[in-house]
Design a binder for this molecule. Structure first.
Ligand SMILES: NC(=O)c1ccc[n+]([C@@H]2O[C@H](COP(=O)([O-])OP(=O)(O)OC[C@H]3O[C@@H](n4cnc5c(N)ncnc54)[C@H](OP(=O)(O)O)[C@@H]3O)[C@@H](O)[C@H]2O)c1
Length: 330
């Protein structure tokens, strides 16, 4: 199998490359060469995909599968999908659950309504960009398009600093804030499970949209935080604090509690997302403690670097202690 990864030098694309190499695939990546490629056997084509002439260089070859990690203007996906239509078997777009229109229905499945978007658009916002990217891929590849609608992606290499934030949080004092309810679902997908499922699904000819997070019941906020405490050897007591006290304290959950969703009707669809389609197509998700432990090991090995320069991300030191005290005080 011959794989082309558009991107491929960073978090999600890098995991796809690793999974493909492990499976004996031939791998080519296409990116601007910002990070040196040190994996033997990977062919790197350096170019800027916002320049059509750079992408045209890829169309002289043949690929069984293309995986695209783009998350900005859909017109860029339209260019690459259009140029690769006749030389690639399948085109996978790493999409997002963000494509669904709010309010998200409970048990959110792939038939739910999506945001309005256009395949030829400039960047107008994350949800519209991702949906526009999907449309661009479907326009060129039809039933050879595979759309991977991932939820929060965690695991080694994670470059938004979400896990780093939680590991710091549980390790800082003897009593730490735990958001919401310990039994609330913690829906995420390990990047390695996403990568291996994506390649297998593409090779098997799967097409269309697939939600990709862990199955309901596999992980909870409680089991996630216990795993975090376990890997940093923290004895901290978790004090569960409801969403109202978190709001009153002025805590920004995106920055300080990354991945956690307040249990309000607006997010019910994300908490109860249906992944039956992906499970039937072979999705297997490793236990949450494995994701946490392996990410901790990766952070140790790399000094916790690799944060994306274009994103602020959560505070690496975890939740601001003053805000945490305010929330704990109610
Ligand atoms: N993180 C999550 O929780 C989450 C959830 C759902 C979906 N997703 C999706 O997952 C994807 C993230 O993939 P990732 O982690 O591999 O991406 P990333 O960290 O944003 O890396 C971007 C990749 O694209 C390359 N690139 C950027 N600009 C380029 C250009 N103009 N021309 C050619 N290559 C370019 C980069 O290499 P160079 O800089 O060297 O060019 C790099 O390899 C996104 O599509 C995102 O929407 C993420």
């Amino acid at each position: 199998m011959r794989l082309l990864v558009l991107g491929g030098s960073s978090f999600v694309g890098g995991a796809v490359v690793d999974a493909a190499l492990a499976g004996g695939w031939g791998v080519t990546t296409f990116n601007r060469g910002s990070r040196p490629e040190d994996r033997p056997g990977v062919e790197v084509v350096v170019g800027d995909r916002t320049r059509r002439s750079d992408v045209e260089r890829l169309a002289g070859d043949r690929w069984d599968v293309v995986v695209d990690t783009w998350a900005a203007a859909p017109r860029v996906v339209r260019t690459s999908a259009g140029l690769l239509r006749d030389v690639a078997g399948r085109y996978v777009y790493v999409s997002s659950r963000a494509v669904y229109a709010s309010p998200y229905p409970g048990g959110l499945d792939e038939t739910a309504a999506t945001v309005e978007a256009s395949a030829g658009a400039e960047s107008t916002g994350y949800a519209e960009d991702k949906r526009g990217g999907e449309l661009a891929v479907e326009e060129a590849f039809g039933d050879r398009a595979l759309l991977v609608r991932a939820g929060v992606i965690l695991g080694p290499g994670e470059n938004l600093g979400r896990m780093r934030c939680w590991l710091a949080h549980v390790d800082r004092s003897s009593t730490v804030l735990a958001p919401g309810d310990p039994d609330q679902p913690w829906r995420f997908v390990d990047v390695r499970d996403l990568a291996s499922w994506t390649l297998a699904a593409a090779a098997a000819g799967e097409h269309g949209p697939f939600n990709l997070v862990n199955p309901l019941g596999q992980a909870t906020t409680g089991s996630f935080l216990d795993a975090c405490r376990g890997v940093v050897l923290s004895n901290a007591r978790l004090r569960w604090v409801g969403p109202a006290a978190i709001d009153r304290a002025g805590i920004d959950r995106y920055d300080a509690l990354p991945g956690w969703l307040p249990p309000v009707p607006e997010y019910d669809g994300f908490l109860t997302t249906d992944v039956g389609r992906a499970l039937a197509a072979g999705l297997r998700c490793r236990p949450v403690h494995e994701t946490v432990a392996d990410t901790m090991a990766w952070l140790r090995d790399t000094g916790g670097l690799g944060h994306r320069p274009d994103r602020d991300g959560p505070d690496p030191l975890g939740l601001d202690p003053a805000l945490e005290r305010a929330a704990l005080a109610g």
